[in-house]
Design a protein around this ligand. Structure first.
Ligand code: NAD
Length: 255
């Protein structure tokens, strides 16, 4: 992919299922990868994998819900790896449940990770991109933002907000040649998805029903995401901004 080699790429939630696949791909493309995660040991393991494959990477412990923590981690990346050229806001969190059974403490946690996390990251990283007049942002939302998802009302509310925010940032930053795009995974086999489905007979039924609804007849895999994210971060996507793309085996076909 053109234009990734030598760039610094920050991936939030880089230790997770989809995030670690994104980090490995950026490493293989020759980018210096900053793995941002609250789970520092898991982030270090991803960094070790990238380095073992000949790539460059560093792990940065960060709680995305805490603006000071984000500002410190971004400063550490700039000191250690250099200016950030690519930002992928991938971290996310949810706890499934019917909206009327949930309470404000849960809403606040979901909003803190899925809405405030990306706000903190954009605010900390984009000033440098604006000064340099270049940058790529890819935000990982969800098909829940496009078509809704029972049991994920507040999460969908956040992801829908992330889509609207991304389109607005794409407009505000176009003059500085910074692109902002959104990738929406469908059901993808990671820890987050397994938590959503839960264990036992109910979990199996839900998983099977979801698989039946996907035209490709299978769940997404973390490896399904890096291609589009690398492309949107590359020179080839320099004139593409404000777009939303689903990676869900045909589950969501939006015009
Ligand atoms: P995951 O649970 O495997 O990984 C999420 C990562 O984010 C974890 O490593 C976790 O430690 C990190 N994280 C969570 N809260 C954090 C915080 N406060 N600070 C720093 N790091 C934090 O999840 P995943 O399935 O790989 O999800 C990646 C993205 O894809 C998320 O934005 C998710 O909403 C989205 N998504 C996933 C699915 C799916 O079915 N898996 C579907 C649609 C969208």
């Amino acid at each position: 992919m053109q234009g990734l080699e030598g760039k610094v790429a920050v991936v939030t939630g880089g230790a997770g299922g989809i995030g670690s696949a994104l980090c490995r791909r950026f490493g293989a493309e020759g980018a210096a990868v900053a793995v941002f995660d609250i789970d520092h040991a898991a982030a270090e393991a991803v960094v070790a994998e990238i380095r073992a494959a000949g790539g460059a990477a560093g792990a940065f412990a960060v709680d995305l819900t805490d603006q000071d923590s984000v500002v410190a981690a971004v400063a550490a990346v700039e000191d250690n790896l250099g200016p950030v050229g690519i930002l992928v806001n991938n971290a996310g969190w949810d706890r499934a449940g019917a909206f009327l059974d949930t309470d404000r403490a849960l809403w606040e946690r979901i909003v803190a990770v899925n809405l405030y996390g990306p706000l903190h990251m954009h605010h900390a990283v984009l000033k440098g991109m604006v000064e340099r007049g270049e940058g790529r942002v890819v935000n990982i939302a969800s098909d829940a933002a496009r078509v809704g998802s029972s049991g994920e009302a507040v999460y969908a509310y956040c992801k829908g907000g992330l889509v609207a925010f991304s389109k607005t940032m794409a407009r505000e930053l176009a003059k500085q040649r910074i692109t902002v795009n959104v990738v929406c995974p469908g059901p993808t086999d990671t820890a987050l998805f397994r938590d959503f489905c839960g264990e036992g007979e109910y979990g199996d039924k839900l998983r099977n029903a979801l698989v039946r609804s996907i035209p490709f007849g299978r769940l997404g895999r973390p490896e399904d995401l890096p291609g589009i994210v690398a492309f949107l971060s590359s020179d080839d996507a320099a004139f593409i901004t404000g777009q939303v793309i689903s990676v869900s085996g045909g589950l969501t076909m939006a015009g």
